[in-house]
Design a protein around this ligand. Structure first.
Ligand code: NAI
Length: 483
């Protein structure tokens, strides 16, 4: 039988220990896999590879399409981007699937109350604030840009509903903050219901993320499959990990069309590295997600059953348990799982279905959805640095504005301070000044905005400019608080 090749990166800290344990268990199932080890992680930054991996590692992962990955560290304070985030984004792994399931033998508040937990969360994995696009607009004011796109949201929702259908789930819930972030989270939510129409047998509901946090703790059984934007998903997935016993039991799969990365949620645990006491469970369950993805379902089931049996027998690593059970080191724990392995039958189907085009891609794929109508420049938001009073700034703007544009409002930290506002609103040295075309005037051109910017910048420092667009006749920008 032809073996399926996968890339393996052992990682830093406890990575090599838990990866060796995991590979020994996979090996004992007889799964038809061949491992190609790749060079990634902290040591490779230190050897001068600024992306934290060698070109050979990148080539191997892109060729094989599957990476089983140990936790990795990024050198601190040297301006290096996290290798974990880079890998997820570079290979467009747009959906981060995490499964949170009660495990027999792992005691939690809920297991003690006899409440089993089985929640699958899909976190959008590329967009949101994780673009890491941040600027100091003034010495006092930092700005982080948050991108939510229609194609990106459609991708993650389609993946979620497909996965829910395969799993036989009855309900998918979208968590969001669209009541506050009407355009960004609003778009994520709009796409959710658009995709949901194609899955009529699955109930689609949504919930505001803070309410979701409360309900996950109070009534976790209300949720089956969840889908969330990146940052909210990041936070709530750790909350869910807490429901089932902590990060040591939280597996994850980063799913893309070309590359999928399977890894534990936890980090490299430098405090216990090299002691052979780390818990390999999260990486082992992540490897089961990988085996299922590859169609090696019997091997995945065999490992899961054996792991649950081992935990039920009272064996555990030092990081959990009541102390009354038998503590094992990492190697002994994996040996015990191997001893308990029972494989009944095997069926091999390679579900990795990369097309020739995906494998040999020479150009960037452009994600785009159909246009909603004519795009018109309706104005611009000028982000300026100033400690002057709003009315003084407004006067300077009005003095220079051409006839086809007018000053609409000014805000400070998102709260309107001109023409109306409260003197109790504390301001920082950075304002947003909104200029729009006069009602009835023709759409503005880039020249209109840039010529005015040049003019006003003689008396006021501009930090950045944001175009105010109308798509299909609809204003596509938010109002200030109080506007
Ligand atoms: P961490 O998850 O490595 O450790 C937090 C605590 O949990 C520590 O007390 C650790 O001993 C314990 N722990 C974690 N995994 C364990 C396991 N398998 N068995 C037993 N105990 C375990 O988080 P921390 O300390 O914030 O990060 C350490 C490094 O890992 C950092 O450099 C961070 O950037 C990196 N990291 C990497 C991730 C990845 O590769 N996906 C994810 C999170 C952090």
């Amino acid at each position: 039988m032809q073996k399926i090749k996968i890339a393996v990166a052992k990682g830093d800290g406890i990575g090599p220990e838990i990866m060796d344990a995991t590979l020994s268990v996979i090996g004992a199932t007889g799964a038809p896999l061949e491992f190609e080890f790749v060079d990634m992680g902290k040591g490779w930054y230190e050897k001068g590879f600024s992306s934290g991996m060698t070109p050979e590692a990148k080539e191997t992962i892109e060729r094989l399409g599957i990476l089983l990955k140990g936790p990795m560290e990024t050198p601190k304070g040297k301006g290096m981007k996290s290798i974990n985030v880079t890998a997820r984004k570079m290979w467009s792994t747009y959906a981060n699937k995490r499964v949170f399931k009660s495990l027999n033998g792992v005691e939690t508040v809920f297991s003690k109350a006899g409440i089993p937990i089985d929640i699958t969360m899909v976190r959008e994995n590329i967009e949101d604030t994780y673009g890491g696009i941040e600027h100091m607009l003034t010495e006092d004011v930092a700005l982080c840009r948050r991108f939510i796109t229609r194609p990106g949201s459609m991708q993650v929702h389609k993946y979620t509903f497909e996965m829910a259908r395969k799993k036989g789930a009855k309900k998918v819930t979208c968590g969001h903050k669209a009541n506050i972030m009407k355009l960004t989270d609003g778009l994520f939510l709009e796409c959710f219901y658009e995709v949901a129409k194609d899955y009529p047998e699955i109930k689609a509901t949504d919930i505001i993320v803070d309410d979701l946090a409360m309900k996950l703790v109070a009534r976790p059984n209300d949720f089956e499959v969840l889908v969330l934007p990146n940052l909210q998903g990041d936070i709530l997935s750790d909350l869910c990990a807490g429901l089932v016993g902590g990060l040591g039991f939280a597996p994850s799969a980063n799913i893309g069309d070309n590359v999928c990365i399977f890894e534990a949620v936890h980090g490299s645990a430098p405090d216990i590295a090299g002691k052979n006491i780390a818990n390999p469970t999260a990486l082992l369950i992540s490897s089961c997600m990988m085996l299922r993805h590859l169609g090696l379902t019997d091997e995945a089931i065999a490992i899961e059953n054996s792991l649950y049996h081992t935990l039920q027998q009272g064996f555990h690593t030092v990081d959990f348990g009541t102390g009354a059970e038998q503590q094992l080191d990492t190697t002994e724990f994996s040996r015990q799982i191997i001893e308990n392995l029972q494989i009944t039958k095997r069926t091999y189907v390679n579900t990795l279905n990369l097309t020739q085009e995906q494998n040999e891609r020479k150009v960037y794929q452009m994600l785009q959805t159909p246009s909603k109508g004519e795009a018109i420049v309706n104005g611009a938001d000028f982000f300026i640095e100033s400690t002057e009073q709003p009315q003084v700034i407004a006067h300077k703007f009005k003095d220079k504005l051409p006839e086809n544009m007018s000053l609409i409002m000014m805000s400070n930290r998102g709260t309107q301070v001109y023409p109306n506002g409260s003197l109790l609103t504390d301001c920082v040295n950075q304002f947003r000044v909104r200029v729009e075309r006069e009602p009835g005037a023709p759409p503005l051109t880039a020249d209109d905005i840039l010529n005015f910017a040049k003019e006003i910048s003689r008396s006021i420092k501009i930090c950045s400019i944001e175009w105010l667009m109308m798509y299909g006749g609809v204003k596509s920008y938010s109002l200030a608080q109080g506007q």
